[in-house]
Write a protein that binds this ligand. Sequence first.
Ligand code: DAH
Length: 346
Amino acid sequence: MDLLNELESLVPELERGIGQAFSLAELEELRVTFLGRKGRLAQIMTRLPSLSPEERPAVGQKANAIKNSLTEIFDARKAALEAEKEAAQLARFDASLPGRAPWGGSLHPTTLVQEEICGIFQKLGYDIAVGPEVENDYYNFEALNMPPEHPARDMQDTLYITEKVLMRTHTSPMQVRTMLARKPPLAVVVPGKVYRRDSDLTHTPMFHQVEGLMVGENVSFAHLRGTLTAFLRGVFGAKTQVRFRPSFFPFTEPSAEVDISCCMCGGKGHHSNGEPCRVCKTTGWVEILGCGMIDPAVFEAVGYDPKTISGFAFGLGMERIAMLKYGIGDLRMFFENDVRFLSQFV
Ligand code: DAH
């Protein structure tokens, strides 16, 4: 009989369809197609009245059985798909994974060094001062005992804006500005950017310096030595050796350059594996700053009496300090702002 055959064929048809239903939505479509109010089963049953009364009970029973079978197949597949979905969700969530720390940010090594240097001098009673990066020739050169023909003014080194206005080539002009603005005794440190027409592996057109200045009655070279030794041991460690070499700067007399024992090889000139130390070029010493007793000509320029007032000054490059302190081999890293580099300084 046609109707019975049609009813029976529904089961394998649904099974085939279900094999291709991979989502709950597809499964729901199948359910509507087979079991819905206008679905395949319902449509077959609309033809029940065309059968003779004797035939109807058997077909009716068959229809019920088929309906149950279809529902069972459908429910089993639905449960399986739901279980799959849940497993996929669990697979994406691993409660045993460690949490992700929030992005913390970090300070630039130059900033760290600046804060450390200023911190040490603040503890010694120094004030912090800052000055203009665009500076007058007078403060940058002339008042610092570098008259118009002085070689340091060479266009090769200085970035000029006009004939008399320039980008400061060092922080030393703040010595002049500070002394003009205040009365001794005074002690200041001046961190800031400086500019030079220089660009190669070891020079950048902008870099950072710190200037130091102490002025009063009876300020001596011994004070300078003691102060700088304490400062350098504060930055590089208590075992650091410090030596002063005679040198020349126009604005100090006498002048000195200061070396510290090389912090890369411990002052030995060689590493423990016998390799020569490239940082100190095997000398065991690295130059770290310039300093001296303030030249009488500078005191005269600011109206101080060199007979009753004395003082010392020093200047150093912050990138150089950071390179030695943190073992940074390449100056360019300071200016590339590569986060992989910067985020190491916390
Ligand atoms: N201004 C010098 C420079 O840029 C560094 C310096 C040397 C500063 C000696 C000083 C000093 O105050 O006394 O090279």
